[in-house]
Design a protein around this ligand. Structure first.
Ligand SMILES: NC(=O)CCC(=O)C(=O)O
Length: 264
């Protein structure tokens, strides 16, 4: 299977609409990939809190329209990153959209763990409450967004729901880049799953971004890692390695806590 992670430079000098069109044309070029992944809140920037309200859109808004078309033009599964979603009644969520190769909306995921403690996203956005997996022909994908990466129980829940490939869409800051790499590898090792983690480049709201999107295999080995700037990181991976790893080193079967019936 081939995946392309589009590590977008979120530059406030570029209008949101111009960025949407530019990103759509980048997606359209990934015809050789099965799965294309975009970062968190790439229209506004994950730390551009003032823009969340002004750029918020409904699920069928401009990003949906442009990305549904880009997915079907390229014939790829597209994790279109997340948007600031405005719901009826005015509330906001940090919501990811996944499109099938025919441009149909296959899944949405509202970020569960909001970042900022008592400020920023944590007060501006509502918290999602549902774990989401998407069945692709080759693998079951579990969805997570940025700060979620720090919460292993979310990923374990995705694994229990059948996930073999964990996609993390993020806007992770440069300041904590070491945590990003470490946590991506930790989630892959403990869940014996592929982790495909796509971040942003550039700086928004004065927060330099880490870049360094990363793909880790179920043994915890880094298959590919981007640099700091805008980049398309393309990687080939074999989803059958998840089952093989879980069979050869059956640590998941030794769980005693948090499972209805301990397996051994
Ligand atoms: N957008 C985010 O969720 C940022 C998360 C972050 O900065 C961290 O976990 O550290």
């Amino acid at each position: 299977m081939r995946a392309s992670l589009l590590q977008i430079d979120v530059d406030e000098a570029e209008s949101v609409d111009a960025r949407r069109q530019r990103v759509a044309s980048l997606v359209r070029r990934q015809t050789a990939s099965d799965l294309v992944i975009l970062p968190e809140l790439w229209t506004t920037g994950a730390f551009a809190y003032e823009s969340f309200g002004t750029e918020a859109e409904s699920l069928d808004g401009p990003t949906y329209e442009v990305m549904a078309k880009a997915a079907s033009d390229a014939g790829v599964w597209l994790h279109a990153g997340s948007i600031p979603e405005r719901v009826t009644g005015g509330g906001l969520y940090n919501t990811s959209l996944v499109f099938s190769p025919s441009g149909d909306l296959a899944a949405t995921y509202r970020k569960i763990h909001r970042f900022g403690f008592d400020k920023g996203e944590a007060v501006l956005m509502g918290a999602g409450s549902e774990l989401v997996t998407v069945r692709l022909p080759e693998t079951t994908v579990g969805l997570a967004t940025c700060y979620d990466l720090r919460f292993p129980e979310l990923f374990r829940g995705l694994v229990d729901a059948g996930a073999e490939t964990l996609v993390v869409s993020a806007g992770w800051p440069e300041r904590r880049r070491s945590h990003w790499t470490l946590l991506a590898q930790a989630r892959a090792v403990e869940d014996q799953a592929y982790v495909l983690a796509c971040g942003t480049a550039g700086a928004h709201a004065g927060v330099p971004q880490a870049g360094h999107s990363i793909v880790v295999n179920p043994w915890g080995e880094v298959l590919a890692e981007a640099g700091g700037g805008e980049e398309v990181l393309t990687v080939e991976f074999d989803p059958s390695k998840v089952g093989a790893t879980r069979e050869q080193f059956p640590a998941l079967k030794d769980r005693l806590l948090g499972v209805a019936t301990p397996r051994r």
